[in-house]
Design a protein around this ligand. Sequence first.
Ligand SMILES: NC(=O)c1ccc[n+]([C@@H]2O[C@H](COP(=O)([O-])OP(=O)(O)OC[C@H]3O[C@@H](n4cnc5c(N)ncnc54)[C@H](O)[C@@H]3O)[C@@H](O)[C@H]2O)c1
Length: 352
Amino acid sequence: MEVTLNAKNHKYSIYIEQGCLTNAGSYAKKLTGEKVFLVTDSNVFPLYFEVVKASLEKAGLTVSHYVIPAGEPSKSLPMLGILYEECVKNRITRTDLIIALGGGVVGDLTGFLAATYLRGVNLMQIPTTFLAQIDSSVGGKTAIDLPSGKNLAGAFYQPKIVLIDPDVLSTLTDDIFRDGMAEAIKYGCIRDKELLTLLENPKEHLTEIITRCVTIKKNVVEQDEFDTGERMILNFGHTVGHAIEKMGNYTEYTHGQAVAIGMVCILKMGLSLGKICEEEANAVIRLIEKSKLPLCVPYDGEQCLQSVSSDKKMTGSTLNAVFPKGLGNCTVEKWSVAEFNRLALQTQIFTN
Ligand SMILES: NC(=O)c1ccc[n+]([C@@H]2O[C@H](COP(=O)([O-])OP(=O)(O)OC[C@H]3O[C@@H](n4cnc5c(N)ncnc54)[C@H](O)[C@@H]3O)[C@@H](O)[C@H]2O)c1
């Protein structure tokens, strides 16, 4: 399956195919004739590096690589510095290719490396988590974290190819798979009601689910490559979700878990405003529960709302709230923070 993303100045293919990892070399060969610098992490390296390397070498490419420690702390300035030096050491030039083989951490870090090393080197994303396959590898957002916050330095830099092999998801732990489930449910809510049915038994329909999610993401990115309008719909469930993540110091709840709770909140608020009917809202909440994602805000309501007010995506005293509009559709509305918070309390989203 090939999905083409056609943004104003960037057109690229996203290939979704079981087993395509073994064929990485023939895709990479389209982008460079010589050298590849591949970044992966310490969990993915023993699982998938050799097969990708063998394929690249079979295509006649010279491969150098660097393995970062798995986990968010590697998405850092010191690690980026190490990778720049590795590129220099391995004589990577502007006509060579940089590959990210891993989850969103490897993808974001390596994407930023490719965006900035020698002012830009071709990038190929080979995402290996559910979240990275349906979300972070597509759309060109790259970033590192700074000590004072997540994703504070970054660039929009589109890959030249995204290669998605659903088979690699078989080695994910249930927890990491569930994080991706939350984002997949989000896509269903905002754009694709039928996707929600497939998500009842996700492992039986992986290729179709990934294709549907990627198609939604690419449609949104085509409309709004630089995140100034349409792309906001991808924040469904994220307003309260971000607040929960922040309150838990980014360690108590994963992003997916926080977004799941945030979606339950906004569905309840949408229900109280008549934007979605009870049957539909409950169907999604049941799916979130079935996916073993949490449903309830674990913190004090008032404190949580304060955290909503300090979200970086807020502009002044207003926020862009993404509400459901039935199932499979949504609207972005500008709300005053005070009104949003009043509705949240009235709707009792903080009580179980
Ligand atoms: N750029 C974007 O648009 C965008 C969107 C969403 C999230 N993100 C970023 O993505 C990151 C989260 O990504 P993530 O959830 O993929 O986390 P991750 O990259 O940390 O991967 C999660 C864990 O799964 C392991 N792993 C990866 N693939 C595996 C496989 N096939 N089998 C076994 N283990 C595997 C990793 O080693 C890691 O331990 C965050 O930094 C977030 O900010 C970026």
